[in-house]
Write a protein that binds this ligand. Sequence first.
Ligand SMILES: [Zn+2]
Length: 316
Amino acid sequence: MTLLWDQHACLPLRPDADVGVLNRFRHGSGTYVSINVGYSPQSLADSLALADAFRASIAALDDAEMVATTTEIEAVTGAGGLAVAFDLEDSGSLDGDLDNVRTFYDRGVRTMLPTYNHANAAGCGCLDTEDTGLTAWGRQLVAEMNAVGMVPDGSHCSARTGLDMCEISTAPVIYSHSCMRALWEHPRNITDDQARASAQTGGVVGITGVGIFLGPNTPTLEAMTRHLEYAVELLGIEHVGVSTDHSFDQEDFYAEIAANPEAFDESYTRWGPIQWMPPETFVTLGTHLAQRGWSDADIRAVLGGNFLRVARESWR
Ligand SMILES: [Zn+2]
């Protein structure tokens, strides 16, 4: 039984989104998937409404459960089911109130990235030209996340914001969906220094299946494996994981980019419509790695064991 852990996937950000598409991650063994309930355009009310609607829809699925603890993850995935929790991309949905970290935690949010591509009250984003790192409020935010048990995530943040998070966090800091910049120059990818700093906190870098982050819009198992093997060489096997960042409604995501140009830049459109690795391909990654000569223990660590360890050390 190999646990497959997708640290970030995207449903359309509408309360009536079809959560049944998460069944595409089924692969004869248990799967954990984190889906986001908002990024920078969503208000507090928007993200709370999405979390409540998705919770209700997931409860209505067969063999899928919202999970609040790692014990629940093991119970659900051990029986071959689908375990689901939430993440937030951007801290804007907190509406400036640190008490909302707990509000979202109680609704199932287990990871959050403080900034999405551009600067906000917490810090700078990866598309900003100036990088002044975490703000004073951003530092309070990381401390509150540590206290509540929500995992700090450096994806979409600026390099210095990510490094500052790693410096002050008392628990592991992850990169939920970021590829290696040494292999492919894209502003959403992370430097070796960012990846090493995350590993030093006990964190995990989640190599993601988005074509434009893996290479010239190439969401293949070969491209993902190239980033995985580079990251394993750099960080050690215990600090590398995976995430699809799969957008289940691709037309919806293209419409998001068009409707929110301030949140993106031409690095999202330069290679034409973004291509994602389908879940049906992602679930075969373990077989692909075995054919490459990876050991069973290394495959288990990267496919899910490492992110599960972070959750065990962080969630309360
Ligand atoms: Zn993202």
